[in-house]
Design a protein around this ligand. Sequence first.
Ligand code: 5GP
Ligand code: ZN
Length: 142
Amino acid sequence: MSDQCLFCGIVAGEVPSAKVAEDDTTYAFMDINPASDGHLLVVPKRHSKDLLDIGAADLADVTVAAQRIAKAVSKELGADGVNLLNCCGADAWQTVFHFHLHVIPRYVDKTKDRLVLPWRPGVPGDPAAIAALGARLSAAVD
Ligand code: 5GP
Ligand code: ZN
């Protein structure tokens, strides 16, 4: 538990939330500003700040929980698809600094779905620049 952390407060039951599921290490609850009908968040019960901070076991548990919930979303809400989203860092749109995966149901019916792609798909990059960055990253991965 981290003092002043909103999602630690939700996990502890000190801040109200619409709980969807819970197990030993994860907690899932509805997002109060949903990008689509059924948008929810899955968090580790143990505080970690973001994707770079979270331990491998908690990351695995949250991801598996998100998959289980995505299956329920598809079946129960009739979603046509699902996006999993993580924002790591303020410049990547993170606003709550307790790791979370967004589970965002997607619908053909746009009255239920307000999510739009944040980049222009199908715009090719420079192949040499892509290859050079790939080579740098390949050498940098532990
Ligand atoms: P981020 O921008 O960090 O990826 O996502 C944070 C999410 O937390 C946002 O989608 C926001 O709507 C949600 N959120 C912020 N405050 C609360 C709250 O008090 N309760 C719930 N259930 N969700 C919240
Ligand atoms: Zn926290």
